[in-house]
Design a protein around this ligand. Structure first.
Ligand SMILES: Cc1cc2nc3c(=O)[nH]c(=O)nc-3n(C[C@H](O)[C@H](O)[C@H](O)COP(=O)(O)OP(=O)(O)OC[C@H]3O[C@@H](n4cnc5c(N)ncnc54)[C@H](O)[C@@H]3O)c2cc1C
Ligand code: FES
Ligand code: FES
Length: 1324
């Protein structure tokens, strides 16, 4: 390796394509920027904050702690490029490629159907690859841990896990079992085909780097960038001198704290000191007193050190280490733990820190060093509060941390509660330590520290000296704690009452835990009144929910044994792009290399919810280097959006996040800097409406009420035995597609033509919008969609607006424009699922028969109409779900508020609305003293009937799904087991539910039921298929080629789909409403049939000929080998005045049963089992369809349990990153997860009697919600608390904990809502 100069070189050895040495790097670059920009590699950007794992790569470095080469996964978006001095980086391209050789990880993830949109796949592959580098035969626990930091929004994780499992040591038993009979099949891929993993084939750590590590460079290396200088000293002495010279300069280690702060909080540090090469900082030493861990050790190294010491030392000495290890397992994902340092963690002093509370109660000391010498300070409340007298001096650094061993008669525990079990920042955490006078239960010292309940870790002073460890002490300690940990009602982060409750609930857990241990150690001076035996019923308070490895079976119908093997329809064919997803060779919009003269656009958005724009001053922004222009409404040559939905704001803004103008610069960094310099002055306008309640009060609606009614509801209410009224609040949902919104507009030199590469579900809409915005005909604009990294409805409408703004920039500057939304901006600007507020009144007989149901729903539409009227209509049409209720009234309204406009989202109103209907059912059950499943069964459609809008249908399949789900889940016996469990456990409760579903597919308008395709056969026999659907990960292209293959009777290998383009198939409909494959499949079929018909005479003449022979002959005979296929679909209509219609082509039926267990003290839950039975009719591709069901179920589960949007009282969205908005992770998958497709029924309307399954599974996620509600109801019944409580989705830990009222919730102070301004407001 060449000599390292002192000026500006950095060595990075990328194992792809060969080793490289990179000079002249800018310290502000992250590894991700570098890989994407400098090396045109395709590691993905999805959040930029270390929270999603999409950018995972492997770093290999010499590990001075364990004295070996350590391979570890990192999130490239947070790794500063300069930190990689002497490290090897392996990206997804480095381990295999479809052009050369696939790595087994890549092959298996693709063939196990672990990729849908494929955007998360390179990151998943690299997490798995890194695991295998360290453990070629990992355990399943290691596999789960390795994938814990990678999010996937499409698959529901099961197939990804399954692919990894094929490498695991105990893979013989096949937890995802497989079976194949003539009719039923459970095998989705052939494991036998996989190439074996051969660890000897892996790339080796470059010997040059090894030599460097063995003979470390001692000189200081300095890297100069445009604005920042990175200094990396080689010795501690040099570092300390530098710290004297640059006292303000931070030390940069993992950059997991500094990085996000620099990105989002605008912090800037012109000098960064990197102590990565200082060996003293990674030293670990042990004495009889305790362990001293170098501040530069990563949290992963610390975890390994602690695990090793715990296995060697006696238990009594390792209490603090065990508590640390427990939290190190759930702190962030492995990538962050691999990067983050102990020193960085401690010094950052985040209020949520999981480790500082433990270190504080464990009496850790900080060993500080400076040029002056060394000193020790305690890691105590003063240090944590940042008191200058207890803190580091500017020239000091933290060298190491001493953590003493615990002693006999000392107990240490740690607790945390987050939105979900893993990879989530805690809402509250706590660490508690108690020391007893030897041989007694008399407290010598009690110390407690809390995180998440203040600006810093809080250490209350109550130490309870000389108190006995009994209930009296507990009560008093709780009271003292609540006095000292005084969270004001307006505390940042909100959830105030929940946090207060956790403060005492954790103490109670600790109390019980210690009591149990004490009882083992000493015969407590027996006073049974003070130490009543803890009965088994109460011991359940002690256990946390462990991370479990999901198991399950997927069942589908085998194809007819007479079907020719060449015919792929009905078989589990891998996603066409699967292998390319896995190697990183699948190109997404922003992977298109920089085009000549390209500029970057960044949007400027409103910071006010409702205001007049007084002035916009961008003069300072224009002075910045690289900044070319600012695009405003005045630059729009044509129409600036709709009158009430402007592309670029004019005079007035209607929400925070509304686009006002856009900066165009040479690079994204320059454009972002310019955005900061734009000054906009506003004058606030009244009213600013955010909540549904306020909108109703102000009569602020986007469209007229939608109403359906049948029977005579008033009369029916008079005749019923009982009436219940209630309210349901359903929160909104962020799409969180992994690929944020992106567009690249390339103006051509001739005839005002534009090429637009865009991530959209509806390219024709983008084309049309750009046309009207620029005032040029549609035929000059071509939109190209290669693939979309997840859409879920969020890329139906919004990409058109973004495309149009970018196009204005392109026309104004005459140069190509790239617009890539940051995750924060995407979440802020684009809106999501409509939050809903529902009121119901239900009348029923004591038998549970519902006679009358009146539901009124309001959705929060945001500031413009968008799809809100359609969502309201769908909501009302679908509200009855599976139930026949003779007297019904459904009313719905879309509220206009000053929030970003909400839009289409998988299920389109059904998942929110139907939660109201199902909540009525549970309310009726509670009143009748019957089980909810009985009420469901009693009121379900039984015979051929008509819906509320008078569309006839047969519920036969619905009933089959229900019965099969009851049967497969052994529902009735498990219901009894749940009840038994609940009788035996006080602090943990189980709940079970089964939910039926009738989901109508398609759009309620005829014009949407059409599609076209264009099929070309080339003279070599290869076939190019184009159709109007977009590949969003749902496998539409794969299905289309399956159709074409069957029709043309040739294998799929002859065929190709290049992209969706408005130039080949015009006037397309959005790929949405679950019917993409239905309608486009029929169009492809039509085109292929036309072609085959043309070929028939040739085939007849030469029946023994090959396909190539026939094509050659056809060409010779001047037969056109290109055909357009068209499908003129279903006539859908709905007459709202008469309340009747025929709006939907068909229904998808299904049922899901879920069982959960809740922790009544923390509100946490674990998902024990889910069984789904879905009617897929004759699935075109069971692997894809099961993938859709699982993925949407998990997405639905997120909607109903963890995904919570938080808004400030001023209408600002707080939750703008994966840190604050929790979509399900791999550890959220139910422990047992079974999906079965109902053996086929027939649907004449669709292609080969298949069904569209894109959306329906979403609602089945509510079975988890109702199982949680069932468990909560069991708690309330046992405790004799009112059976009715406000149903609120998501069922977060906060909601569950507060609904399980007990002595602790009674103990906490409650604030009068009139006395404070809350941190956040509920908008549903
Ligand atoms: C996605 C994500 C999830 C996370 N989840 C959790 C979680 O669940 N629980 C939790 O507790 N934390 C969590 N964190 C926070 C994480 O633990 C900290 O960011 C991390 O430990 C900081 O270490 P670092 O090496 O990256 O610090 P850096 O960002 O490199 O540095 C942070 C600060 O520490 C100072 N510093 C570093 N080392 C020294 C030293 N030796 N002497 C003096 N000053 C020093 C620096 O000057 C700087 O100001 C999460 C972070 C991310 C990005
Ligand atoms: S993009 Fe790096 S973790 Fe999300
Ligand atoms: S396949 Fe994982 S995010 Fe789409």
């Amino acid at each position: 390796l060449p000599w390292v100069m002192d000026t500006s070189p950095v060595i990075i050895s990328l194992l792809f394509p060969t080793q490289v040495i990179e000079k002249n790097v800018d310290p502000e670059w992250t590894l991700l920027t570098f890989l994407r920009k400098n090396w045109t590699l395709f590691t993905k950007y999805a959040c930029g904050r270390g929270g999603c794992g999409a950018c995972t790569v492997m770093v290999s470095k010499n590990d001075p702690v364990f004295k070996k080469i350590r391979h570890f996964s990192v999130t490239a978006c947070l790794v500063p490029i300069c930190s990689l001095y002497g490290a090897a980086v392996t990206t997804v391209e480095g381990i295999g490629s479809i052009k050369t050789r696939l790595h087994p990880v890549q092959e298996r993830i693709a063939k196990s159907h672990g990729t849908q949109c494929g955007f998360c796949t390179p990151g998943m592959v690299m997490s798995m690859y890194t695991l295998l580098r360290n453990h070629p035969q990992p355990s399943e626990e290691q596999l789960m841990e390795a994938l814990g930091g990678n999010l996937c929004r499409c698959t529901g994780y099961r197939p990804i896990l399954e692919s990894g499992r094929t490498f695991c040591d105990k893979n013989d038993s096949d937890s995802w079992s497989s079976l194949e009979t003539q009719e039923i099949c459970t095998k989705l891929f052939a494991k036998e085909e996989f190439q074996p993993l051969d660890p000897t084939q892996e790339l080796v750590f470059p010997p040059e780097l090894l030599r460097m590590a063995e003979n470390p460079e001692k000189r200081t290396l300095t890297f100069y960038g445009e604005r920042v200088t990175w200094i990396s000293p080689g010795t501690l002495k040099d570092l300390l001198e530098l710290k004297v010279k640059h006292p303000e300069a931070p030390l940069i280690l993992g950059n997991t704290s500094l990085g996000p702060a620099m990105k989002s909080e605008g912090r800037f540090h012109p000098i960064l000191l990197s102590p990565a090469r200082i060996s003293e900082l990674t030293r670990v030493t042990e004495t009889s007193e305790g362990l001293t861990i170098g501040a530069g050790c990563s949290l992963a190294q610390m975890k390994d050190v602690l695990a090793e010491r715990i296995s060697k030392l006696p238990e009594e000495k390792t209490q603090t280490y065990r508590a640390l290890l427990k939290h190190l397992k759930s702190l962030a994902g492995p990538q962050i733990r691999n990067m983050a340092s102990l020193g960085g963690h401690i010094i950052s002093r985040h209020s949520y820190s999981d480790l500082n509370p433990i270190l504080a109660v464990g009496s850790a000391t900080l060993n500080l060093t400076s040029a002056e010498g060394t000193r020790q300070i305690p890691l105590n409340e003063y240090f944590l509060a940042g008191l200058a007298s207890a803190d580091l001096k500017p020239e000091e650094i933290l060298e190491s941390v001493h953590i003493p061993h615990s002693r006999k008669w000392e107990f240490v525990s740690a607790f945390r509660q987050a939105q979900c079990q893993q990879n989530a920042l805690p809402h509250v955490n706590a660490s508690m330590r108690v020391l007893f006078k030897e041989g007694t239960d008399s407290v010598e010292h009690l110390s407690i520290a809390y995180g998440g309940v203040g600006a810093a870790t809080v250490i209350p002073s109550c130490s309870c000296p000389a108190r006995r460890w009994d209930e009296l002490m507990l009560d008093e300690a709780c009271r003292l704690l609540l006095d000292e940990v005084s969270l004001p009602g307006s505390a940042p982060g909100g959830r105030v009452e929940f946090k207060r409750t956790l403060v005492v609930s954790f103490l109670f857990k600790f109390y019980l835990e210690v009591l149990q241990e004490l009882k083992k150690l000493v015969k407590l001076v027996s006073d049974s009144r003070r130490h009543p035996d803890i009965s088994d019923r109460f011991l359940s308070a002690l256990e946390d929910f462990p991370v479990a490895i999901p198991q399950g079976v997927q069942t589908y119908q085998s194809v007819d044994p007479h079907q020719p093997p060449r015919d792929p329809v009905g078989r589990p064919i891998m996603h066409l792009s699967g292998l390319k997803h896995a190697t990183g060779e699948a190109i997404f919009c922003d992977d298109i290399p920089v085009v000549d003269k390209e500029l970057f656009m960044v949007l400027v958005t409103s910071s006010r919810a409702h205001a007049k724009i007084i002035s916009i001053d961008f003069s300072e922004a224009l002075k910045l280097p690289g900044v070319l222009d600012v695009v405003t409404a005045e630059d729009v040559p044509g129409t600036n959006g709709a009158e009430d939905d402007k592309l670029l704001a004019v005079d007035e803004v209607l929400c925070v996040g509304q686009v006002i103008c856009a900066v165009v610069a040479e690079t994204d960094v320059q454009a972002k800097r310019a955005v900061e310099m734009i000054k906009i002055t506003y004058e606030d306008l009244e009213p600013a409406i955010f909540t549904i309640q306020d909108a109703v009060k102000h009569n602020s609606f986007l469209c007229p009420e939608k109403k359906l009614e049948q029977g005579n509801i008033e009369e029916a209410f008079e005749k019923v035995d009982q009436i219940v009224e209630g309210e349901v609040h359903v929160g909104g949902q962020e799409h969180f597609y992994m690929e944020t919104q992106r567009v690249l507009v390339i103006p051509k030199t001739e005839d005002k033509e534009l090429d637009i590469f865009v991530s959209t579900q509806d390219p024709a809409h983008v084309q049309k919008t750009v046309s009207s915005t620029l005032n040029i005909p549609i035929n000059r604009i071509t939109c190209h969609v290669k693939r979309v990294g997840g859409g879920f409805g969020g890329k139906v409408g919004r990409p058109a607006a973004l495309g149009a703004i970018a196009a204005v920039g392109a026309i104004k500057t005459g140069r190509p424009i790239r617009l890539v939304l940051d995750r924060e901006d995407d979440m802020l600007i684009t809106g999501g699922r409509h939050p809903l507020f529902g009121k119901y009144k239900v009348g029923f007989m004591n038998s549970g028969r519902i006679k009358a149901l009146d539901i009124e729903c309001y959705i929060n539409g945001g500031c413009t109409l968008d799809d809100s009227e359609l969502v309201t209509e769908f909501l009302i049409l679908k509200l009855e779900n599976a139930y026949k209720i003779r007297n019904l009234r459904f009313r719905g309204r879309a509220c206009m508020t000053n929030l970003p406009s909400n839009t289409a989202f998988r299920g389109f109103g059904f998942p929110q609305g139907t939660l109201v209907t199902e909540s009525c059912i549970t309310a009726v059950a509670a009143k009748c003293g019957l089980l909810p499943e009985k009420i469901r069964e009693k009121n379900m459609y039984k015979t051929v009937d008509k819906t509320i809008y008078k569309q006839a249908f047969s519920p036969e399949t619905l009933i089959r799904c229900w019965n099969e789900c009851l049967d497969k889940s052994s529902f009735h016996s498990r219901r009894i087991q749940v009840e038994e469990f609940n009788k035996k456990n006080y602090w943990k409760k189980k709940g079970i539910s089964i939910i039926p579903m009738k989901f109508s597919v398609g759009f309620a308008a005829t014009s949407y039921h059409q599609a076209a395709a264009l099929v070309h056969i080339y003279t070599d026999g290869s076939v190019l298929v184009t159709h109007g659907g977009n590949e969003l990960g749902q496998g539409i292209h794969t299905k289309m080629l399956q159709v074409a293959s069957r029709e043309l009777k040739i294998p799929m290998s002859y065929m190709h789909i290049c992209e969706t383009s408005t130039a080949t198939v015009p006037n397309t409909i959005a790929t949405a409403a679950s019917i993409g494959a239905d309608v486009n499949g029929r169009a492809v079929q039509n085109a292929c049939q036309i072609l085959l018909k043309r070929l028939e005479p040739i085939i007849k003449k030469n029946p023994e000929g090959t396909w190539e022979d026939w094509i050659e002959a056809a060409f010779e005979q001047r037969i056109s080998l290109s055909a357009t296929g068209y499908f003129r679909g279903y006539k859908a209509f709905m007459d709202w005045d008469r309340g009747e219609g025929d709006p939907f082509p068909y229904y998808v039926y299904g049922a899901a049963c879920s069982e959960v267990e809740i922790d009544c003290l923390t509100g946490a839950h674990k998902k024990i089992r889910t069984d789904i039975v879905m009617d897929a009719c004759c699935s075109l591709n069971p692997a894809i369809d099961i993938g859709q069901i699982e993925g949407s179920f998990i997405q639905g589960m997120g909607l109903y349990t963890t995904e919570e949007l938080k808004y400030s009282p001023e209408g600002v969205l707080y939750s703008r990153s994966p840190d604050e908005y929790k979509i399900p992770t791999i550890t959220d998958v139910p422990e047992e997860f079974n999906v079965s497709l109902l053996p086929s029924s027939q649907t004449p309307l669709t292609i080969y009697s298949s069904k569209g399954l894109g959306e329906s599974g979403m609602f089945l996620g509510s079975s988890v919600f109702f199982a949680i509600a069932d468990a909560v109801a069991a708690v309330r019944t046992e405790r004799d608390i009112a059976e009715n409580f406000i149903v609120q989705s998501p069922a977060t830990p906060e909601w569950v904990r507060m609904a399980c009222a007990d002595r602790f919730t009674d103990m906490i102070p409650r604030d009068d809502p009139k006395t404070f301004k809350p941190w956040s407001i509920p908008i549903a």
